[in-house]
Design a binder for this molecule. Structure first.
Ligand SMILES: [Cu+2]
Length: 499
């Protein structure tokens, strides 16, 4: 397996990375005004241990286009700055995982080894594969020392997907600790567009995770009842584990693939240069949309192309907050805002990428839905919660009155059909995700909601058109749940089959 250093230098994935990427420091980038931000909680709590302006480190890459993939989940420790180390987990490393590259039309035989001392799993978020390969079901949990094998037939369009642990009751702490990585699916159609696509150069994966930083400079996850109810919000949002790093890029078009791997924070990412949204969860959108900012909820991804044609230094900022909604409005939302990542345009780096006016075909009409279902996402169930309170247990959350039960299958959906799901969020907004299917939002409220989705923010009641695609195998279910991981762990999750 490749090492982090080898991959950064391009040896692992057969990439040729120019010498400037190996330079120790991006021209002594100034620290003033980069990452300071000084708004909201930031000014009070920005730990001295974090250092803005370090050279951006792309995650290493693993090339699975040949049809095999081996990953090992590991425990380790990470220094997020100059302070104390934090116990963390990752795939093939101490924190987060390598970017896995796959190709449509192939089948990947994946083997995931659990090198940790806790149960883990590997859900391929956004891959529409059979339920025994999806990794989200309780049957797919990998015991310490064991190997889980999954056969992944790749039949869907190019997209920025990701993988993460999905063990019920412990997804939040373990993903927070780092069990997540990017998965890039390629295809011929997207290759032909000529989009920026040189990894680590003009095509950067940015995994966002927010962290609370303790007095010693270590990252802290210590959810209490309120955190579980309303979500965890850190003091800083890290980009691939780095605080406000600086990436040297071509003075041309640069593609950024953002993945929200936070447990519960939503991130609004702002671009001071002309930027175009080109892709959402399940792939490219029909035409690029000019944007000044994008918002991604936990689990969502966007692809954005920034025009660095004028060179210079461009700070891309992030504002992190808990999911909104009625209840959250009354609480007055905290917000953390600072520089997420700065781009420095270098005219000596070739910038061959372009963005055509047409990216994919229009989505077209869907066949009339044959089945309608409704789901109510519920926090803090009344009578049940009173019982839990008496027992001193944490909150119980539910969908349609039923907290998660691995022995319950809520429904069976017919493969090849489109269903209309009406989803209601009680109290606060929840990002809704389902495995093995993809959604369209008939009433998109922002460009990020156009195109095929697999996570949609539900605030009030929303309708989704759901294409049922992947087969369930041997009664292993697909999961549907809130992607606020503390809510998922507390029971806001259900199971279904397809046939
Ligand atoms: Cu939720």
């Amino acid at each position: 397996m490749i090492t982090r250093r080898a991959a950064i230098l391009g040896a692992g994935a057969g990439l040729s990375v120019p010498a400037f990427l190996r330079r120790a420091d991006a021209q002594g980038m100034m620290h003033d005004g980069m990452g300071g931000g000084g708004m909201g909680r930031m000014s009070d709590t920005e730990p001295a241990a974090l250092q803005a302006g370090q050279p951006f480190r792309p995650m290493p890459e693993i090339d699975a286009r040949g049809g095999t993939l081996a990953l090992r989940a590991m425990a380790g420790e990470t220094r997020f700055g100059t302070g104390a180390a934090t116990p963390t987990m990752g795939f093939e490393g101490a924190y987060l995982g390598p970017t896995v590259r796959m190709r449509r039309g192939t089948t990947v035989n994946a083997a995931v080894t659990n090198g940790t001392e806790i149960p883990v799993s590997t859900h391929w978020h956004g891959l529409n594969v059979p339920s025994d390969a999806d990794g989200g079901a309780p049957q797919s949990v990998i015991r310490p020392g064991a190997v889980w094998r999954a056969k992944l037939p790749l039949e869907q369009p190019a997209a920025t997907l990701w993988y993460h642990t999905h063990v019920h009751g412990r997804t939040a702490p373990d993903q927070w600790a780092g069990l997540a990585g990017a998965l890039i699916l390629e295809d011929d159609e997207s290759d032909a567009l000529g989009l920026p696509s040189t990894p680590g150069l003009d095509d950067l994966v940015v995994i966002l995770q927010d962290k609370k930083i303790g007095r010693e400079g270590q990252a802290v996850y210590d959810p209490d009842m309120m955190t579980i109810m309303h979500g965890y919000l850190g003091d800083v949002v890290l980009a691939n584990g780095q605080y406000a790093p600086v990436a040297e890029v071509p003075a041309g078009l640069v593609r950024l693939r953002f993945i929200n791997a936070s447990t519960s924070a939503q991130h609004t990412i702002s671009f001071p240069r002309p930027a175009r949204l080109i892709g959402v969860d399940q792939g490219l959108i029909p035409r690029p949309v000019e944007i000044a900012d994008v918002t991604i909820a936990p689990g969502e991804r966007v692809e954005v192309v920034v025009d660095m044609g004028d060179g210079g230094t461009v700070p891309i900022s992030v504002a992190a907050s808990l999911m909104g909604g009625m209840m959250m409005g009354m609480m007055g939302g905290d917000e953390v805002r600072h520089t997420l990542l700065s781009l420095v345009g270098n005219a000596d780096i070739p910038a061959p990428g372009r963005v055509p006016e047409r990216l994919t075909e229009d989505l077209g009409e869907l066949p009339a839905s044959v089945v309608e279902r409704s789901f109510v996402l519920q926090e803090n169930m009344g009578p049940m919660q009173r019982m839990r309170d008496m027992m001193g247990s944490g909150p119980v959350m539910a969908i349609n009155g039923e907290p998660y039960d691995p022995d319950r299958i809520s429904f069976t959906a017919r493969i090849g059909t489109v269903e209309r799901w009406s989803i209601t969020a009680e109290g606060m907004a929840h990002p809704f995700h389902a495995h093995g299917v993809k959604f369209r939002v008939p009433d998109p409220r922002r460009p990020e909601e156009t195109g095929w989705k697999d996570v949609v923010v539900i605030n009030g009641t929303r309708e989704l058109l759901v294409a049922i695609e992947a087969p369930s195998v041997e009664n292993i279910p697909f999961m549907f749940h809130c992607h606020i991981l503390e809510h998922e762990d507390a029971g806001m999750m259900g199971q279904f089959l397809t046939a």
